[in-house]
Design a protein. Structure first.
Ligand SMILES: CC1=C(/C=C/C(C)=C/C=C/C(C)=C/C=C/C=C(C)/C=C/C=C(C)/C=C/C2=C(C)CCCC2(C)C)C(C)(C)CCC1
Ligand SMILES: [Fe+2]
Length: 315
């Protein structure tokens, strides 16, 4: 009996990966880039100018950020949101309709839309950590992530919000600056909670906090969004669609290129208006706000569906 148990134990432990190999690849990518950035700052070396940051934001969000939402149709299929060709067409139309409505609402009520965007984004990004914990804890982490830049770089965040939502944007930035200490405390709490079972998440939260404190807001967002959030969701999406690798890759390509083309056509159609960096900033963030709502509905619906089936959380 004892021998049988020992053999079982050894057979099981042979398959258990050593701790360091269980660290997700996106943690390593994000941590390395964050550390390099912090060292560059520590040495007093200059970061790219604001215009270059904005152009980089446009390009990298397009290449690395958009693909993580481009898997939404496959996620929706797994969650049973569509099954037939007609269902697929309906899903696409509903998705586009929501994007269009959100963008129109932004044009009608920019400040309310900015505030809603920040709240929804906080919940979405906060769910990258402590996935099995209460929603309020995840929301606080996301709120912290998006508010610390307003504490450390109030002028830059205020300027970005004004470009996105007019003068009222500055008020939003000052409220976030005022809530800054609470934002910092929320991130530390999230890091502490994650420490027990997922130490790598603690490291991610601490590094993201340090980046938000030390670097320009757009550089911080670029690193977090492209190197951590997007890579994590893309990896989970491809893992879940293991048998349809080719289809997933094709889907990601088509669904990434389409919004980029639409944005390109809209920009050409509108013609130059204000500075190029302001226009890129508006297109990137208002476009992301539009995509965020259906993206979040799909991801949240799938997580619920997965929980109902009692399978492990992937996104
Ligand atoms: C499916 C589909 C499609 C596609 C889709 C996609 C591609 C998606 C994506 C999605 C995504 C991609 C999402 C994203 C999200 C994002 C977010 C959510 C963000 C946020 C951000 C924020 C909130 C920020 C803030 C700020 C500022 C603004 C400034 C500075 C500072 C800070 C950073 C704080 C299409 C349409 C074609 C068609 C139909 C179907
Ligand atoms: Fe996302």
């Amino acid at each position: 009996m004892m021998i049988g148990q020992a053999a079982l134990f050894h057979a099981g432990s042979a398959r258990v990966k050593p701790r360091w190999r269980r660290v997700p690849v996106e943690t390593v990518v994000f941590a390395s880039l964050a550390l390099v950035t912090l060292v560059v700052l520590g040495l007093g070396l200059p970061l790219p100018s604001l215009t270059i940051q904005v152009v980089l934001l446009g390009v990298l969000v397009g290449i690395l950020g958009l693909p993580h939402g481009a898997l939404d149709p496959l996620i929706a299929r797994r969650a049973g949101l569509w099954r037939t060709r007609l269902g697929f067409a309906g899903f696409n139309m509903a998705y586009i309709l929501v994007v269009v409505v959100v963008v129109l609402l932004w044009l009608i009520a920019p400040v309310a839309s900015l505030v809603t965007f920040l709240l929804v984004s906080a919940l979405h990004f906060g769910s990258d950590w402590n996935a099995d914990r209460a929603p309020w804890l995840r929301f606080l982490a996301g709120f912290g992530l998006l508010s610390v830049p307003a504490l450390s770089h109030p002028a830059q965040v205020s300027a970005a919000y004004v470009v996105l939502a007019g003068d009222g944007g500055a008020v939003v930035a000052s409220v976030q600056e005022w809530l800054g200490p609470l934002a910092l405390a929320s991130l530390l709490l999230a890091a502490l909670v994650a420490l027990r079972h997922r130490a790598h998440e603690s490291i991610e939260i601490l590094l993201a906090t340090m980046l938000a404190l030390a670097t320009e807001p757009l550089v911080f967002f670029l690193l977090y969004f492209c190197a951590l959030h997007s890579v994590r969701h893309l990896k989970a999406g491809f893992q879940a669609e293991r048998d349809g690798g080719r289809l997933s890759a094709l889907m990601v390509m088509v669904y990434t290129v389409v919004p980029i083309l639409v944005v390109g056509v809209v920009l050409v159609w509108l013609g130059p208006d204000g500075s190029l960096s302001e226009q890129i900033l508006q297109v990137v963030f208002i476009g992301l706000a539009g995509l965020t709502v259906p993206h979040m509905i799909v991801v949240t619906y799938e997580n619920r569906h997965r929980r109902a089936l009692r399978a492990p959380d992937l996104s």
